[in-house]
Design a protein around this ligand. Structure first.
Ligand SMILES: Nc1ncnc2c1ncn2[C@@H]1O[C@H](COP(=O)(O)OP(=O)(O)O)[C@@H](O)[C@H]1O
Ligand SMILES: [Mg+2]
Length: 208
């Protein structure tokens, strides 16, 4: 029996004051399936990704992800559900090391208090130590640990892209963790495209 698709889109349309940016788009995407979306300039590719991530609201149609209707969900809720995007230009701190880039991603989510930092209290040193360990573990899970001390913009394009994806995974995990903190009885909802995902999630959220 065929399992239901991870992503199910029907009749998705968007018009901007009469300009039909996307019309009647449909797709079924299975877990772990990879596809490319191609088309000339103005075909509606960017609009499609904006619709899927909730940045733009559809005029018509339906988006179901993991069995849940996310057509009108907020970008935050869609991120929590497990959809995140990269951009054409890779967003990295180019002059920082690979390790510092990932540490920063983790650090954005939780900071020690100002007085812990200023007074260099033990909690601060422990935080820094854990942050470093988590960042290394994440790099290891994504086979990037060997590049940890290398400056980010010296990495080949494909590996910079992979770093981008590490940051996305961190944001999905943290959006989930934040949400679950306020609703402790709810199970995590994000879906996995990779068998390692539960381990990645555990590592990325341990600091929260
Ligand atoms: N915010 C907007 N306001 C008005 N028209 C838009 C807007 N965004 C996209 N469009 C129009 O929608 C069509 C599809 O654009 P877009 O999704 O950017 O295509 P692609 O990414 O495939 O080049 C184009 O005609 C574009 O001018
Ligand atoms: Mg575009």
């Amino acid at each position: 029996m065929l399992s239901s698709p991870l992503l199910h889109v029907r009749g998705l349309s968007k018009s901007f004051r009469g300009v039909q940016a996307l019309q009647n788009y449909q797709i079924d995407l299975a877990e772990r399936e990879l596809i490319g979306v191609i088309g000339p300039n103005g075909a509606g590719k960017t609009t499609l990704f904006n619709l899927l991530t909730g940045v733009v609201a559809p005029s018509h149609g339906r988006i179901v992800f993991g069995g849940r209707d996310i057509t009108h969900a907020s970008p935050e809720a869609i991120c929590r559900a497990g959809i995140a995007r990269t951009f054409q230009n890779i967003r990295l701190f180019r002059r920082l090391s690979v390790l510092d880039n990932v540490s920063l991603g983790l650090r954005m989510r939780r900071q020690p208090s100002l007085h812990q930092i200023v007074l260099r209290l033990p909690g601060y040193a422990l935080y820094e130590h854990r942050l470093h360990q988590r960042a290394l573990e994440l790099l290891d899970l994504f086979h990037l640990a060997g590049y940890a001390s290398q400056q980010a913009d010296t990495l080949p394009y494909g590996l910079q892209r992979r770093m981008d994806i590490v940051q996305l995974v961190i944001s999905v995990c943290h959006a989930n963790a934040r949400h679950l903190k306020s609703r402790p009885t709810e199970a995590p909802r994000s879906h996995s495209c990779h068998p390692q995902f539960p381990r990645v999630r555990e590592t990325a959220t341990r600091l929260v």
